[in-house]
Design a protein around this ligand. Structure first.
Ligand SMILES: Nc1ncnc2c1ncn2[C@@H]1O[C@H](COP(=O)(O)OP(=O)(O)OP(=O)(O)O)[C@@H](O)[C@H]1O
Ligand SMILES: [Mg+2]
Length: 449
């Protein structure tokens, strides 16, 4: 990482390169034994950090020049060898050198290709009005979501479609997300800024390190950072290991993750919409309606399984939805709702603009990230709506944390409806979204326009 910088510093100290040329210069790269340069992970965040400190000139291995140049206001020199860098600094003719290989694949995380879900569309799914409304709210306000339902009820299908409901990333978000990819070694020469919200869906046997980041040696961002500004789906969530789930608690609240290694700890961005998907029982066939229940699990198995789906992690989830398998005939109904992702994205974008306006002077942009005390004092519900929510708290149906989450949801429901302050209607919808009760037909009719 610092090979080239150290070599240049030594040459500067011995007078082989003029020290004036090193003023305000940052050099990044490793050296091969014959003096060639080698690519390193994390060029983008390094150049971002350097630029933030006023550096205007950077030298990087040639294949990474494009990446470094994503940072505005920095002049980038892509070089192939130590001899080339020295000649450049001495203002002499630059010698020929063999091209630098792109990052070795052993350093690359297999992040390329996957992580984008723009090809799938909500229009592919029929029915599911209740869940459609819930994912629209999740997308608009940045709320976390738990989807439970039997096999084939569309949990995975609808979760995959959430990134497509989100607007393009802002320039700042795009730089942050691309920096994560850079650190992971998952940027290739010629890759541009990531401008679409990402999608990550780690397998349930994932390790804590692969999910939240870490590992020995260089810092490796985890899937939770890969999903920054997008969607992190934990499919078949009860099958994840308990320690992995627990590691998610902190980032779910704070939006970043601190990864500690032997000597230091590094904070990486990790603010996504987390979607947990779960079957109602281990076999996946349990149904509350006995006439269609085909579950073969024993009661004790079912209880164990359910305990995993209600613990501290689910208290941090905003929205719960119980899906039912659509009737096969409904799937062929040509008149069923088939609103497209683009149509929903338009409403989400408007609702997000309202939030950005309201929170213009704050450190957050979305209702889902607004701190509870700030909402309570500066953006309250109407008195009647607040009384409705408090009532649930007194009855023990809502925790304190739950009250804040309902408050945030009520704001998002209001922002989607173009209402200036959440009232009883919005709070009622928010309470249902939180508790898992089905939404009322009136709510869904209004949402559909
Ligand atoms: N509402 C729907 N409209 C159209 N197709 C649907 C709908 N729901 C489910 N499907 C289709 O049914 C299949 C199964 O859906 P999906 O994999 O999303 O279910 P799941 O709830 O994740 O199931 P599992 O518990 O087995 O993972 C998919 O091919 C999906 O396209
Ligand atoms: Mg599934």
């Amino acid at each position: 990482m610092f090979d080239l910088a150290i070599a240049i510093a030594v040459l500067g100290a011995t007078g082989a390169v003029p020290t004036a040329a090193l003023d305000g210069l940052v050099v990044i790269g490793e050296l091969t034994l014959d003096g060639g340069l080698r690519c390193v992970p994390g060029v983008l965040p390094m150049v971002m950090a350097a630029a933030a400190r006023g550096v205007r000139h950077v030298v990087v291995p040639e294949p990474q020049a494009h990446e470094a140049a994503m940072v505005p206001g920095v002049e980038v020199l892509g070089m192939r060898s130590l001899a080339q860098v020295v000649a450049e600094l001495r203002d002499e003719p630059v010698p020929e050198a063999a091209p630098v290989a792109a990052m070795s694949s052993s350093r690359l995380l297999a992040w390329r290709g996957a992580g984008r879900m723009d090809e799938v569309d909500l229009a592919d799914l029929v029915g599911m009005e209740d869940t459609r409304f819930a994912v629209e709210v999740a997308a608009a306000g940045g709320h976390h979501l738990l989807l439970s339902g039997p096999k084939g009820s569309g949990k995975t299908s609808i979760a995959e479609r959430i990134p497509g409901l989100l607007p393009d990333l802002t320039r700042e978000e795009a730089l942050e997300l691309t920096a994560v990819h850079s650190l992971a070694g998952a940027l290739e020469p010629g890759d541009g800024l990531r401008t679409r919200p990402p999608f990550a869906s780690p397998h349930h046997d994932a390790s804590t390190a692969s999910l939240v980041g870490g590992g020995s040696g260089a810092v490796r961002p985890g899937e939770i950072s890969r999903a920054h500004c997008g969607v992190l789906l934990l499919d078949e969530f009860p099958l994840f290991r308990a320690d992995v789930i627990n590691a998610l608690r902190q980032p779910l609240e704070s939006g970043d993750i601190s990864v500690s290694r032997a000597q230091e700890s590094v904070v990486l961005p990790a603010r996504s919409i987390v979607v947990l998907a779960a079957n109602p029982c281990p076999c996946g066939d349990y149904h509350a309606d006995a006439s269609v229940d085909r579950c073969k699990c024993r009661e004790v198995q079912r209880r164990d399984y359910r305990r995993k789906v209600t613990g501290p992690i689910t208290d941090r989830i905003d929205i719960t939805r119980h899906l039912t398998a659509a009737r096969p005939t409904a799937r062929r109904d040509p008149l069923a709702v088939r609103e497209s992702s683009a149509e929903v994205r338009e409403r989400v974008t408007v609702a997000r603009a309202r939030q950005a306006d309201r929170y213009a002077d704050e450190a957050w942009r979305l209702n889902g990230h607004a701190p509870g005390p700030a909402l309570a004092t500066r953006w309250p519900l109407t008195p009647a709506a607040a009384a409705l929510v408090d009532d649930q708290l007194w009855k023990g149906r809502l925790t304190r944390r739950g009250v804040t989450r309902v408050h945030r949801l009520a704001w998002t429901v209001a922002d989607l409806a173009g209402v200036d302050q959440p009232g009883v209607t919005e709070a009622g919808v928010a309470l249902r979204l939180r508790s898992g009760e089905p939404l009322l037909a009136a709510t869904l009719r209004k949402a559909a326009g």
